[in-house]
Design a protein around this ligand. Structure first.
Ligand code: SAM
Length: 288
């Protein structure tokens, strides 16, 4: 796959083909790790002002300065949309950030985690301990392999499934296709909720529409939640949510004070507000 990241004069630039003529650049002090795994090019940088940064195949996955926005929303929106999640699965997310957030829910009993690239986990444990501490939770069972193959073998196993995948190029491509979503549906228990990395409605309008179409066909309820993340191109990304019952746009239960006190982005009002979309984005969903 073409590496879309470039370094020049101490700046890393993500050049997104979906965003021609514009690059997102981050000033870096040092390259901490740079190697190709079996699946992708993995780079970790020490940035000048935004903490460490993980880049896969030239695409920024996180910086420590704003990762909380994405990880909190990816975990807490689906987990609070469900009335009582006990058994959950996390697909992708080898950095451990979504696991860290999901682990804050005391009622969860089991967390199955499936990541295709063990190198991402190892590198995060070494260079991004703030993220990888998510793996310390004894409720987690780690599976190494393709998330699509993993989920196909599950039937009515999970209350919530979170898919923290990279973009639909490279190993993540399969996670944006209909057969995977059919697998997710069968892997959910009654009243199950699924949340997948849903891309930005500015940059990936066609992918957002494609996921909305698939989830509308397969699930009872479907919605798109927007997250503000300054170090993703366009400054935003989304969650594609779908459920076999629960309302998605409002939390199904109260957030315990001790959990709320640990968070920097998610709260019940932000949960609801994240589904209020600008006019042009609403139209993507009206048109399907
Ligand atoms: N926040 C993210 C972003 O910026 O898109 C995603 C972060 S997380 C690091 C994405 C993970 O998904 C990577 O570790 C990658 O190896 C994993 N992944 C990609 N394709 C996968 C697949 N088919 N099955 C399981 N994991 C996969």
């Amino acid at each position: 796959m073409k590496n879309m990241g470039k370094i020049k004069d101490g700046w890393f630039s993500e050049v997104c083909p979906m965003w021609p003529g514009i690059a997102l650049s981050v000033e870096i002090n040092k390259v901490l790790y740079s190697k190709k795994s079996q699946f992708q090019q993995i780079d970790v940088y020490e940035t000048k002002n935004h903490g460490r940064m993980l880049v896969l195949d030239g695409i920024i996955q996180l910086t420590l300065s704003d990762e909380f926005a994405y990880q909190e929303m990816m975990a807490h929106v689906p987990l609070f949309a469900h009335p009582d999640p006990k058994n959950i699965a996390v697909i992708g997310g080898g950095d451990g950030g979504v696991l860290r957030e999901a682990g804050r829910h005391k009622g969860i009993e089991t967390i199955d985690f499936c990541e295709i690239d063990p190198q991402v986990i190892e590198i995060s444990k070494k260079y991004l301990p703030e993220m990888a501490r998510g793996f310390d939770d004894p409720r987690i069972k780690v599976h190494i392999g393709d998330g699509n193959a993993f989920i196909r073998e599950k039937k009515e196993a999970y209350d919530v499934i979170i898919v923290d995948s990279s973009d639909p190029i490279g190993p993540g491509e399969v996670l944006f296709k209909k057969p995977f979503y059919q697998g997710l549906k069968h892997a959910l228990k009654e009243n199950g909720v699924v949340a997948t990395q849903g891309e930005s409605f500015f940059l990936f309008k066609e992918t957002v529409a494609h996921l909305a179409q698939i989830t509308k066909e397969l699930f009872l309820k479907q919605a798109y939640s927007c997250i503000l993340v300054p170090t993703y191109p366009g400054g935003n990304i989304g969650i594609c949510l779908a459920s076999l019952g629960p309302e998605l746009k409002t939390p199904a239960r109260k957030i315990p004070k001790e959990l709320q006190d640990q968070l920097q982005y998610y709260c019940p009002k932000v949960h609801e507000a994240s589904f209020v979309l600008p006019r042009f984005a609403q139209k993507i969903f009206e048109d399907i």
